[in-house]
Ligand binder design. Structure first.
Ligand code: NAI
Length: 422
């Protein structure tokens, strides 16, 4: 730890356990490691102040270390009050002199105080997961904007918020939508959330999924992964959607598709992954079966109307660490996991490192891109440059010892011409 360094974490004594786990995750993150080695020589972020509002996990620790190796002065705060791994926060502070402001279970007030600490670092680049940091800078610290090169955004919900800001002319910095890179959402949202959301449900409840009715609300990238993995566990999967295309896709992928009100009456598990508000509401809570397990995997804790659940229930108790069991007036018990916050991070450890390897390689390369090009970019949401996506995919394949074929010159010509037909 650097003398005089400010931070706010649970307990510095947890550092050695955190360090072990960060090292364990690193072994599954070869792309990030390779880029980190390259940038530790080139130092493309030399002296740049960077604040990240991210889930404080072992994978984020590896990203922070790679940013530091590239020369950045990194400060981290949490992007969710329940996702912080306190041992990881301790290791970053104690062993790597990276100031962290994050305590698992922090109140909403403390959560925002920690964002203030990240803004006090006077970042020239920010990294967000849900757009809370960029949003706070635009609301309360506009003085920082002038010096900023830009920001990156990790998740679907954040990109939606930032696009809304840009549409209203409120966005005053360029933002790179890391979420929209193919090497991010095709893998992280689908396979990462698919595995880790199920992991969260299983760790929280230890209830057998085989033979149960499992309802997935929202068939986007996350929903597809959750449905796939629930089905692999032998559950009977129902999908609910509002988008006809996605509903059709779910049906042809082999799932039953119906309105949530119908599904709610039969489901043993209901998990939301929509990025939308009050998707599970009073009318659904009224018809659910006794023992139904409710969880959310979308970014904010607004998908399940927890206020309505609390108002409808006569009593609540906590039979297991991440389970709140609500007893309704008619005797039914409804079980809410992780207070309706993202179940994969709050009740498990978040995405497996191997998918975060690609997401965070995109983050690192996008930060370097901003350092080199940020001044010339318009104040709007930008796609991750195609070359970055292609590089991450190629590095990941190589790390997995997978080689692929190349187009022959004849095929290359054919695929870019129109003359040849039947
Ligand atoms: P997406 O945009 O691909 O899919 C969302 C789907 O929900 C869409 O198909 C939409 O039609 C559907 N939907 C919206 N309102 C609905 C409603 N009332 N009922 C049924 N379906 C509805 O988004 P993606 O990438 O799947 O992300 C979903 C959420 O998960 C976002 O909040 C995102 O930020 C978050 N996320 C969470 C992760 C985690 O670690 N738990 C990882 C990645 C994303």
């Amino acid at each position: 730890m650097k003398a005089g360094m400010k931070f706010d974490i649970r307990d510095p004594a947890l550092a050695s356990r955190g360090e072990e786990r960060i090292g364990w995750a690193a072994q599954e993150m070869p792309v990030l490691q390779q880029l980190s080695e390259r940038f530790s020589k080139q130092r493309p972020l030399e002296g740049l102040r960077l604040s990240g509002c991210l889930h404080i996990t072992t994978e984020t620790a590896n990203l922070a270390l790679a940013l530091q190796a590239a020369g950045a002065e990194v400060v981290l705060c949490a992007s969710n009050p329940l996702s912080t791994q306190d041992d990881v926060a301790a290791a970053l502070v104690e062993n790597h002199a990276i100031p962290v402001f994050a305590i698992r279970g922090e109140s909403t007030d403390v959560y925002y105080q920690h964002i203030v600490a990240a803004m006090d670092h006077q970042p020239v680049i920010t990294m967000d997961d849900g757009a809370d940091l960029v949003s706070e800078i635009h609301k309360s610290r506009v003085d920082l904007i002038e010096q900023m090169l830009g920001s990156t955004e990790e998740t679907t919900t954040g990109v939606i918020r930032l696009r809304a800001m840009a549409r209203e002319g409120a966005l005053k910095i360029p933002v790179i939508a890391v979420n929209d890179a193919m090497t991010k959402h095709l893998f992280d949202n689908r396979y990462g959330t698919g595995q880790s959301a199920l992991d969260g449900v299983i760790r929280a409840t230890n209830i057998l999924l085989a033979g149960k009715t499992f309802c997935v609300v929202g068939y986007g990238w996350c929903g597809r992964g959750i449905a796939l993995r629930a089905s692999g566990h032998g559950a009977h999967v129902i999908v609910t959607e509002v988008d006809p295309l996605r509903a059709l896709e779910a049906s042809m992928d082999g799932y039953r598709v119906m309105p949530l009100l119908e599904a709610a009456a039969q489901a043993d598990f209901i998990i939301t992954a929509t990025g939308d508000k009050h998707v599970i509401d009073t009318q659904h809570l009224e018809v659910m079966k006794d023992g139904c397990v409710l969880a959310n995997s979308g970014h904010f804790n607004i998908e399940i109307n927890v206020g309505a659940l609390e108002a409808m229930a006569d009593a609540r108790h906590r039979p297991r660490p991440s389970v709140d069991e609500y007893r309704m007036a008619d005797g039914r018990r409804l079980r809410l996991l992780a207070e309706g916050r993202l179940v994969n991070l709050a009740a498990a450890e978040g995405h497996p490192s191997a998918v975060m390897d690609m997401s965070f390689a995109n983050q690192l390369l996008s930060a370097v891109y901003l350092a080199e090009n940020g001044r010339g970019l318009e104040n709007r949401v930008h796609r991750v440059p195609g070359e970055i996506d292609a590089e991450v995919a190629a590095l990941k394949l190589a790390a997995m010892s997978i080689s692929i074929d190349e187009l022959t010159p004849e095929q290359r010509r054919y695929l870019s011409s129109w003359e040849e037909g039947t």
